[in-house]
Design a binder for this molecule. Structure first.
Ligand code: SF4
Length: 780
């Protein structure tokens, strides 16, 4: 009774999110007893839909759930960027709900090209993508979601400045969403379908992650920045090293980092690109409190103090909710980094985990015969445009200006948000950038996502080197040129090397000749953690549009649009086994989500399922003919795979594809499941699946089956007629039971092929309902 009373008084003094977190946490403590918890576990388990179901039924002591149990979680909010928000919103609209179950925001940032500079680029981007932005804004109005117009900022910076709060759990429809982990939130990058599940209020499932601890000690030296922590770690962990794990930082070195520095480190630990981690998180420190104050959130600081001081169930000190790991909490793996001995790193080209210490970079460039001329330096983006980053760069620019130097390579700056841009303008930093000949781009993704129109005349196919302070450097990532070698570094290193115009320049040791022939060496950069007066909000037209849901708003989609189309819910599963299906195509070799739904120029059709479906499997290899993108109708006529899919859809002929191993590997692209479903696929029968894609198929109502005997792959051919045996019964029994496929050849010969499936009870419900959304939206 006394515990209950104490909970009550906490509830009265805390905002609802913290009251909920605290009460869940108390339940977790009751179930797990004295089990030591990491910070990530406290926050994650504090968002369990049903604590006992997830923790008690799945574990003998709480520990064994890592990497095994399926957690059902209730996130606090969803943040969406403009490219992925389109399909997420179209799916949400198909549920016919008045508003989302949790707060959500839309950020227009990915579709703006970086070219001449902020003003002109923004206007051009708005004109090119007008219908998409109008659609997003009207949907935001109708459903009461926050809308950040083009130019307001990049999703992760805006979220950090406005929505991230210690202890929250958020989903973001972008892989660099973990950025907010710097401010002690659990923020996970997901696809649109997952985001919609959370928006309709359904618990969101996550395999209980392992916890990888990174202990930081010491303090960064003057040329070294938080970016170097992550560049060095990426080298150690590689792009797959963090898979299935949350990366949690701890140790005395954590206290020495600025809040924005912590976010930069979290930003790059994304799923699935840099180290493949689920997310990453830092404890709450003094710099976190300072950032909350500077971003006008003093009340949050007081709430956190109250939450951390409250004694919970009394005697046990772990009953306090602390934004740090319990003493003695165990990590599945620990990596140790002494910040005092860390040196700047440059990672690349073409992969973010090729980490090279600055002192070794010159010789590596020469050994590898990489271009010695540096063509461009680009700083900023969601990763590295904090006040601290920019003022440290400013200190270098001022030194160079005093020596009469200008950058020898093109130099671009992308502010992460209007707030940071306006504050830098007010404090004179932008003027310094412009004085140095830097081009300040709009507050949007631009060159970081291939939206970069180069001014230096470097043509596609020309090898050249660029340095960025961004987070990704896959081929073609910035300018679409696969021969652009893109290296990642801190903004300070990028800037100093842009002055030298050389990839072999080491700013810590080397000199540049000034116009009057003197040797100039940069002194180490220095900057301010944050502005001396609070951040400027900036232009009024670039602020958030925030309002209650307005049912009378018409969502703006033109019936003649080529980029957007309303989505009809998929029909439910028939009340019997499937019969009369035909094999559309039998595929050999790798079949990634990119093979199933290509990106590049197709991205502009992300909100138009019929149009984007015309790329379905268009790079798949026909196992029977060896041709790419070729399929044969029953009369022997040749078509492209998507054309035949569409022909069969029009004819009402449902189909399946047959393929080999690891079908659907690559990014978790939901279109790779939506498109086949739209064109009439009922089954995908393969030797093995990539796990996330297999789940995505089930969410869209497609049945993924694997061959019990791989050799049966040879028994089935394109055009064969297929029926299922036991599938309907298995679905009705919540995933229990076996399924066979009966293959009928043109000759009349029948072959029974045994298959395996991994359909759970929930997923059986999704398939029967036609899709996960059909079911989840009904349950509310
Ligand atoms: Fe993604 Fe780059 Fe935009 Fe950041 S700036 S959200 S990494 S595209």
């Amino acid at each position: 009774a006394s515990t209950a009373r104490r909970h009550l008084s906490t509830a009265q003094s805390l905002p609802p999110t913290y009251e909920k977190l605290f009460n869940k946490y108390s339940e977790v403590r009751r179930v797990l007893g004295k089990q030591r918890l990491t910070l990530a576990e406290k926050i994650l388990y504090g968002h369990l839909h049903n604590v006992e179901e997830s923790l008690l039924n799945n574990t003998d002591n709480g520990r064994s759930i890592r990497g095994r149990a399926n957690l059902r979680l209730n996130p606090d909010r969803v943040n969406m960027q403009d490219a992925s928000a389109q399909m997420a919103l179209l799916q949400f609209m198909s549920c016919n709900l008045a508003r989302p179950a949790i707060p959500a925001s839309i950020h227009c940032d990915h579709l703006i090209v970086g070219y001449k500079g902020a003003e002109g680029d923004l206007e051009a981007g708005i004109q090119t993508n007008k219908e998409v932005f109008e659609f997003l804004e009207s949907a935001a109005r109708k459903y009461g979601m926050d809308f950040w117009p083009p130019g307001a900022g990049i999703i992760h910076q805006t979220v950090l400045e406005n929505y991230a709060l210690p202890g929250l759990m958020m989903l973001g429809t972008d892989s660099h969403s973990p950025n907010a982990g710097g401010l002690t939130t659990i923020t996970i990058g997901v696809g649109g379908a997952d985001a919609v599940e959370a928006l309709v209020g359904a618990p969101w499932e996550l395999k209980a992650p392992k916890i990888l601890g990174v202990e930081l000690t010491g303090k960064l030296n003057d040329w070294v920045s938080p970016k170097d922590v992550i560049l060095r770690l990426a080298g150690e962990l590689t792009v797959r090293g963090g898979t299935g794990s949350i990366i949690e930082y701890f140790g005395s070195g954590v206290e020495t980092l600025s809040l924005t520095g912590k976010s930069t480190i979290c930003n790059m630990f994304s799923q699935p690109a840099e180290v493949g981690a689920t997310t990453s998180i830092f404890p709450y420190t003094d710099s976190s409190a300072r950032y909350l104050e500077a971003t006008s959130r003093s009340q949050a600081v007081r709430n956190i103090e109250t939450l951390q001081k409250f004694p919970g169930s009394g005697a046990d000190k772990d009953a306090y909710f602390r934004f740090s790991a319990d003493e003695g909490a165990e990590y599945d793996q620990v990596i140790r980094i002494d910040l005092s001995t860390l040196e700047p790193h440059i990672n690349g080209p073409f992969t973010p985990d090729l980490a090279i210490p600055l002192s070794k970079f010159k010789e590596t460039v020469k050994d590898q015969q990489w271009p010695e001329k540096l063509s461009a330096g680009l700083i900023g983006s969601c990763t590295n445009s904090s006040y601290e980053d920019m003022t440290r760069v400013e200190s270098l620019l001022k030194q160079a200006a005093a020596a009469g130097l200008k950058p020898s390579a093109d130099f671009y700056i992308t502010p992460g948000s209007e707030q940071i841009r306006a504050t830098l303008e007010r404090d004179g930093t932008l003027k310094t950038f412009e004085g140095a000949g830097g081009i300040v781009l709009s507050n949007a993704c631009g060159p970081c996502i291939g939206q970069w129109k180069r001014k230096d005349g470097v043509e596609k196919g020309t090898p050249n080197a660029i340095l960025t302070s961004y987070n990704r450097n896959f081929r073609g990532r910035n300018d679409g040129n696969p021969d652009t070698m893109n290296f990642l570094a801190s903004p300070e290193i990028v800037t100093a090397m842009a002055f030298a115009g050389s990839t072999t320049f080491n700013p810590m040791t080397d000199v540049i000749k000034t116009p009057d022939g003197k040797d100039f060496r940069f002194s180490a950069p220095h900057g301010l953690e944050g502005p001396e007066t609070p951040f400027e909000p900036g232009s009024e037209s670039l602020r958030v549009l925030s309002q209650e849901a307005d049912a009378n708003t018409q969502v703006a989609i033109s019936p003649t649009s080529e980029r957007l189309a309303f989505l009809d819910p998929f029909p439910p599963f028939p009340g019997s086994d499937l019969s009369g299906l035909r094999v559309l195509v039998k595929i050999t070799g790798k079949c990634t989500t990119d093979t199933i739904s290509a990106a590049g120029p197709w991205l502009k059709y992300k909100g138009h399922l019929p149009n984007i479906s015309t790329n379905t499997l268009n790079t798949a290899i026909n196992a029977e003919t060896g041709e790419v993108n070729a399929a044969y109708d029953l009369d022997g006529s040749k078509h492209t795979i998507p054309d035949l899919g569409q022909l069969w859809k029009d004819r009402g002929q449902e189909w399946l594809v047959v393929a080999e191993h690891n079908y659907g590997e690559g990014s978790a692209r939901e279109h790779a499941a939506l498109q086949p479903r739209y064109l009439g696929a009922r089954i995908v029968l393969v030797k093995s699946f990539a796990r996330i894609h297999e789940t995505n198929l089930k969410k869209q109502g497609v049945v993924p089956l694997t061959f019990e005997n791989e050799a049966d792959f040879d028994k089935i051919a394109a055009g064969d007629q297929v029926a299922t045996v036991g599938l309907y019964e298995m679905l009705q029994n919540g995933g229990k039971g076996t399924v066979q496929v009966k293959v009928t050849k043109d000759s009349g010969e029948e072959i029974l092929i045994p298959t395996k499936h991994a359909v759970t009870k929930d997923q059986a419900g999704f398939i029967l309902a036609g899709s996960a959304l059909n079911l989840l939206s009904k349950g509310l």
